[in-house]
Design a protein around this ligand. Structure first.
Ligand SMILES: C[S@@+](CC[C@H](N)C(=O)[O-])C[C@H]1O[C@@H](n2cnc3c(N)ncnc32)[C@H](O)[C@@H]1O
Length: 186
């Protein structure tokens, strides 16, 4: 069985945690990394690492002295990534995005997320967005991929309407949307 099929089976088996039966598309992997600052060392936080497809793309986009804190609630997915991605810049954290402040004690330059917001309570969702906003340096972005536009309001609530954009990046079914939200001090 090829790796893509194995990943799909693992996602489907855990559908209520993963919120998906396949990995996000190659277009998403590329597009979601577009707001990571270039030509400088950065600290990136990833939420919902899965089997590490976006993680690999983040690692391609950052300098040798940068780092990535990658959060994932499923222990088996963390084990998979620890075995398959050998990179000193990657810190795998087997915990939820809602606990980001417990693990990340420095300013960050980017959040790249593919966690299933539609499965979270409003309070949990807003909490994750607010904690991310607090950690982000001014002028940097939280980018989130989702299969629906319905969670956009939560991001606008924290980042303010004028600092958030939404783009449809693929017309596969279901469609994939990327929300990009810039931190601007209030
Ligand atoms: C839709 S999958 C995305 C996986 C992969 N990054 C991709 O792009 O295909 C969502 C992932 O988020 C993880 N997840 C769910 N809730 C989470 C949370 N609160 N914090 C961190 N990861 C979470 C799931 O286990 C799953 O691996």
């Amino acid at each position: 069985m090829n790796q893509k099929l194995k990943t799909s089976l693992a996602f489907a088996k855990n559908l209520f945690v993963t919120g998906a039966i396949t990995e996000t598309s190659r277009t998403v992997e590329i597009e979601i990394c577009k707001k990571i600052p270039k030509n400088q060392d950065v600290v990136v936080v990833e939420y919902g690492m899965g089997h590490g497809n976006i993680t690999l793309e983040i690692l391609k986009n950052i300098s040798p002295n940068s780092k990535v804190y990658a959060f994932e609630v499923k222990e088996s997915f963390c084990d998979h990534v620890r075995k398959t991605i050998k990179d000193d810049r990657l810190i795998v954290i087997n915990d939820g995005a809602e606990n980001v402040k417990k693990h990340v004690k420095e300013d960050i330059h980017s959040v790249i997320a593919s966690i299933p917001f539609s499965f979270f309570s409003k309070e949990k969702g807003i909490g994750i967005i607010q904690d991310s906003f607090d950690l982000l340096k001014e002028g940097t972005y939280y980018s989130q991929v989702l299969y629906t536009k319905h969670n956009f309001k939560k991001f606008q609530h924290v980042f303010q309407d004028e600092n958030c954009t939404i783009r449809k990046v693929s017309s596969k079914i279901p469609a994939e949307y990327i929300y990009d939200c810039k931190k601007v001090k209030r």
